[in-house]
Design a protein around this ligand. Structure first.
Ligand code: PGA
Length: 259
């Protein structure tokens, strides 16, 4: 039963936050997360300069932390890059890879996203691999083709054991930061498709957590999280407000066995 499955809720702060306001947000999230049932896992992906702050304020809490990107290189003369290994020095769990903002504004190709996924896995991080179609692609009926190709490019580079360690986030580009979430039905349909694509690679991979992202808010989270193939959310704007983020985590808890 979908409603019995554990949930994962991860905040994506994007390029927001400063030291002082982060401290208040991290402390409030750590405190609130302590009241959630064990089958709701929570994480926040902060801007990389604040990784040490996240570690010091979240260590010992229920909240895991991570980054929003990693380099495709392991080390060397790559000015401005941050390697997955460096991120692990701060006991991080997650690295978002292939977010649509990076694909669009930093021209990240599907191949580059796949290499970044490999680097994250090698370092022991859990990559949160983002896939999603634009509005034009949806209206052209190409949603499955687009997200399927994005996922396949990553899966092609991974062993079954590696693929079993990823998280996938379906984030329709037209729903990100627009206030216009996919309906629960629209999201579930794409999640079911992605689940099938994962299962085709191996039974071990069928259970990979599939997060929905794109204008998740306290008032639409529960309906989304109740869908059969939605295992949680990747939360942008609403993760910057402790009360909204915790309300979304509580909505996840309402859909699990313990909740
Ligand atoms: P949003 O962003 O929740 O602000 O739409 C989600 C994301 O881009 O991860």
């Amino acid at each position: 039963m979908s409603t019995q499955r554990a949930k994962l809720v991860v905040g994506n702060w994007k390029m927001h936050g400063r030291l002082a306001e982060n401290a208040a947000l991290l402390q409030a999230v750590a405190k609130g997360a302590g009241e959630l049932p064990a089958d709701v896992r929570v994480g926040v992906c902060v801007p990389t300069p604040y990784l040490a702050q996240a570690q010091s304020l979240l260590d010992g809490s229920r909240v895991m932390w991570g980054v929003q990107d990693v380099s495709a290189f392991t080390q060397g003369a790559y000015t401005g890059e941050v390697s997955a290994q460096m991120v692990t020095d701060f006991a991080a769990t997650f690295a978002i890879v292939g977010h649509s903002e990076r694909r669009a504004y930093h021209r990240e190709s599907a191949d580059l996203v796949a290499v970044k996924t490999q680097r994250a896995l090698e370092a022991g991080l859990t990559p949160i691999v983002c896939v999603g179609e634009t509005l034009d692609e949806r209206e052209a009926g190409a949603t499955e083709q687009v997200v399927g190709a994005q996922l396949d490019e990553v899966l092609a580079k991974l062993s079954v054991q590696e693929a079993a360690r990823i998280v996938v986030a379906y984030e329709p580009v037209w729903a990100i930061g627009t206030g216009k979430s996919a309906t629960a039905g629209q999201a579930q349909a794409v999640h079911a498709f992605l689940r099938g694509r994962l299962a085709a690679k191996g039974a071990e991979i069928a259970g990979v957590p599939l997060l929905y992202g794109g204008s998740v808010k306290p008032d639409n989270a529960e309906e989304l999280f109740r869908q059969q193939d939605i295992d949680g959310g990747l939360i942008g704007g609403a993760s910057l407000k402790d009360q909204d983020f915790l309300a979304i985590c509580k909505a996840a808890a309402a859909t699990t066995a313990a909740g």
